[in-house]
Design a binder for this molecule. Structure first.
Ligand code: ADP
Ligand code: MG
Length: 731
């Protein structure tokens, strides 16, 4: 009898919702109180300093050291009043999540031995030198030059967690290469801003800035803490490496939008309360398709800020879950046979004059601008579909993509009937055809009595990895545990490069006498034709699509280590370098890190599965097997041979089944260990990752198959690990 499993199940079944102490104030009354935002700045900074900082945030101007001194003084005063004793530069290394190293404000006033004061200078705010050698750099820093710097990002406000002032920063090497996600993200956002402004000026000369917006939808699983602790695979790898499907999982689809279990509702309330304190505008919460799966989403915002807020929310959720006796799972596929978790990234561009560049307009002029940005997006995604897939790929997300629940591992764009129709019209029109302008003006007339938003929201294709949803694109292939930056760097970069190409074409055409509008139409017409292969309105899950996508020349690679090569293809390097986002050295270095991470993930999973199979599963199966053998012996003691044989026929068959599965597990675990040894001998990060993918990973499924069969045979009372039916139902 396995004590641990049943104790855990009992503990979980007795849980009651944990009451959350939320003040009686409205969210608007405590919103953003833990963030050094504009409201706090206005209280703690002089008007002059504040204006310079805001100018830097809004217009991207450079901040001088002198200003950092003033900001640091105000920030320190605010932080100390809020109870902070420490500060940290908060950055996003290429591993998952965020990193921080805390220092206290305490310092000698005038050198060693004197008075102690609280000090926080402009220098400490602006720059730090954390011991960077333990963060992956893909070889950019060798051991002699292990230095890396963090530098303040004024566009994302500092915030306080517990007793620590956290300052969002970039993380770069001594020689200036990016070692993080934020550095290239800021560069990509600046590139897309500049390129978009140039194109917008063809329509509206007064546009000065274009913002990239991101609205993420975070999916996640919760499991009871006691059950989680009784599953070493979950504890060590964030996913179950074994476990037979529960007889009831999501077939009835009764979980999606169903009533939120009270324990979870209580958790969500606390997350929302905390998020509001950090100025994160959470808007939506609901159950997801799978049991124990949920989603939350804020109102969208500027991309850099939205990324930081997503990382902060993930941290808050991780911290709050244990208070409710939950463990938060952000893994893309914690349970086989039920849906995995993604993080849809809703993306749009908007001018400082308030024009949504993916929002259909009312006039022909507005709609030409809309179609211009729409078609350029199609072109960008078409040209770099492999790169975009590469930006969302990871060992864990690979389980989710292509699993008939999430987008396939092929990037295509869904537009919907209405928009497709408009593009078809433009494509078919001839150069001196006025009808296109009219079509644009009348774009929405066919259904004038229904508000446009309603149409777009119902015209949806859930199988598309990149779908137009009325006023934005929804990049759905992003994984739940990912830093959205990776996808946002790729997307905003390809868009920037594409818009620059477009503007060049227009300039060339107008330079040789063509009218601007004509030049735009002419170019769009060609683009629409060229990027047609990226448009797909059908069922992305179907096998036919996989075939067709191959014919169309779209990237269909599914091996994670191979997909990363997209980053260092010539087209990608040229694209990233031309807009100054990442150089070739950085791109190679970042791939090294990704390959290493991939290898480590599979390595850990292989070890854990090997251990669990040998130490948990086989001993229990053998014990049950000997019980059955014992039974046969006893049959023979009581009955004559013929009757005993007849009565124990089923037991004998089971004994053979168990023996077969045990033997298969042992052989495969041995072979997997050998494959690992061979792979470990490879020095090259890429070759090692490929070896892990091709020769180690396949064993995980094979071993699991036999373990799951044993789970169905072995006496339930003897099975040591909580089963799916126990893990996946929160009362
Ligand atoms: P659904 O689940 O139907 O996709 P949700 O309401 O859960 O819709 O999420 C939609 C997300 O898209 C929200 O985060 C929302 O803020 C965001 N969003 C809405 N409009 C835009 C836009 N113009 N740009 C970027 N994100 C947007
Ligand atoms: Mg969505």
């Amino acid at each position: 009898m396995s004590i641990l499993r049943f104790k855990a199940v009992e503990e979980a079944s007795k849980r009651m919702p944990v009451e959350v102490k939320v003040p009686e104030q409205l969210p608007s009354e405590y919103y953003g109180t833990y963030v050094f935002n504009r409201t706090q700045m206005s209280k703690y900074l002089s008007k002059e300093t504040m204006n310079i900082v805001l100018e830097a945030i809004d217009r991207g101007t450079t901040l001088h050291r002198g200003i950092a001194e003033h900001v640091a003084a105000g920030m320190k005063m605010w932080a100390i009043e809020m109870g902070a004793t420490h500060y940290t530069h908060w950055f996003q290394p290429l591993t998952e999540g965020t990193a921080e190293k805390h220092d206290s404000f305490v310092d000698y006033e005038n050198g060693p031995g004197g008075n102690i004061i609280e000090r926080f200078s402009g220098k400490l705010l602006a720059q730090q030198e954390p011991d960077a050698s333990s963060f992956p750099s893909g070889g950019i820093r060798n051991t002699f030059e292990a230095r890396g710097y963090t530098a303040w990002d004024p566009s994302s406000p500092a915030f306080i967690i517990d007793d620590t002032l956290c300052i969002p920063t970039v993380f770069i090497s001594y020689t200036g290469e990016a070692l993080d996600y934020k550095t290239p993200l800021l560069k990509a956002l600046s590139a897309v801003d500049k390129a978009s402004v140039e194109v917008c000026k063809l329509f509206y000369p007064d546009v000065r800035k274009v913002y990239s917006f991101l609205g993420w939808e975070q999916e996640y699983f919760l499991v009871d803490q006691a059950l989680y602790s009784a599953r070493p695979d979950l504890s060590l790898t964030d996913r179950t490496l074994m476990g037979h499907e529960s007889a009831k999982n999501q077939q009835l689809e009764d979980h999606y939008f169903g009533a939120i279990p009270p324990r979870v509702a209580s958790f969500m309330r606390e997350v929302e309360y905390e998020a509001y304190k950090y100025g994160i505008p959470l808007k939506t919460r609901h159950n997801e398709v799978a049991p124990n799966q949920f989603e939350l989403a804020p109102i969208f915002g500027e991309t850099n800020l939205a990324v930081d807020q997503n990382l902060l929310v993930m941290t808050l959720m991780r911290r709050i879950a244990p208070k409710h006796h939950f463990k938060l799972l952000l893994h893309e596929k914690p349970f086989a046979g039920v849906n995995g978790s993604g993080k849809h990234c809703n993306w749009s561009l908007c001018t400082d004059t308030g024009i949504g560049l993916f929002t259909p307009g009312k006039t022909a002029h507005e709609n030409l601008l809309f179609v211009t940005f729409l078609v350029n997006t199609l072109m960008a995604v078409y040209k770099h579909n492999g790169l975009l897939k590469s930006s969302i790929m990871s060992a864990s997300n690979a389980h989710r993509l292509g699993a008939n629940e999430a987008p396939p591992a092929i990037i295509s764009v869904f537009l919907g009937k209405q928009i497709s129709g408009v593009l078809d019209k433009i494509e078919q029109s001839s150069q001196d055809d006025d009808i296109t302008v009219d079509e644009l003006r009348l774009m929405k007339l066919g259904v004038a009595h229904i508000p446009e938003v309603l149409i777009d929201n119902t015209d949806r294709n859930r199988t598309s990895p990149f779908a137009f949803t009325g006023n934005r694109f929804e990049f759905r292939a992003v994984g739940s545990s990912a830093n959205c930056s990776s996808a946002m760097i790729a997307l905003n970069s390809v868009m920037a490069a594409q818009l620059i190409d477009f503007k060049k074409e227009i300039d060339a055409k107008t330079g040789s006498g063509m009218k601007t509008e004509e030049a735009i139409f002419d170019t769009l017409r060609h683009y629409i034709r060229e990027c047609k292969p990226i448009r797909f309105e059908g069922n992305g899950y179907s096998d036919e699509w996989k075939e067709e996508a191959k014919q169309r020349g779209l990237n269909c690679e599914t091996s994670v280590p191979l997909i990363y090569n997209e980053y260092t293809r010539e087209e990608s390097v040229v694209m990233f370098e031309s807009i100054g986002v990442l150089n070739e050295k950085e791109l190679h270095a970042r791939n090294e890190v990704k390959w290493e991470m991939y290898t480590k993930k599979i390595q850990i999973e292989a070890r854990v599965l090997g251990d669990l199979s040998m130490n948990h599963i086989i001993p229990v199966a053998t014990e049950y097997q000997s019980m059955l053998l014992d039974n046969i012996y006893k049959m023979h003691a009581v009955f004559d041979k013929e009757k005993a044989n007849k009565l124990s026929k089923e037991d004998a068959a089971l004994i053979e089944d168990i023996a077969d599965h045990i033997s298969a597990i042992k052989t495969n675990v041995d072979d997997m260990v050998e494959a690992r040894k061979a792979a470990n001998k490879l020095e090259d990060a890429y070759e090692k990752a490929v070896a892990y993918h091709d020769t180690v990973e396949p064993f995980l499924n094979v071993i699991r198959y036999h373990v799951d069969k044993l789970e169905l045979i072995v006496d339930n009372q003897m099975w040591t690990l909580p089963k799916y039916r126990e893990l996946l139902f929160i009362s």
